[in-house]
Design a protein around this ligand. Sequence first.
Ligand code: ZN
Length: 152
Amino acid sequence: MADLDELYREIILDHYRNPRRRGTLHGPHVHAEGVNPSCGDEFALDLRIEDGVVTDVAIQGQGCSISQASGSMMAEAILGKEVPAVEDLMAKFRLMMGIDEGDSPIDPNRPGSVLGDLEALQGVRRFPVRIKCADLPWTTLADALAKAEAGT
Ligand code: ZN
């Protein structure tokens, strides 16, 4: 598994150094922010939902490589998806990370087949103190979805 660990490390660093969809949105959108005090990570998200589909997303933030890479991967993964599919992705991510109890949805024989680049973060579950870093963008996303739902 050493090669896979190395690949995962490279994917995380690539997203950290070249975050996808970084910026802000103009026009109608919801905005949510989160912090992870235990590590000092900050993350913010602009989300546009039209007819139940995530039609645009932009991220801001600073912090450790795990938190920022997780946000970059998440932004890519949710774009163009319907809200229930985004919630499904969130549920699978939380199972993979051991945040929610249950079997991991990841297929060890087909790396990347379920959650794409996000699967590179699965090794983080071995380091409980860092799980909050990986989860920060997702709790922020949940907040943004709640705001969108409430129409605020
Ligand atoms: Zn962190």
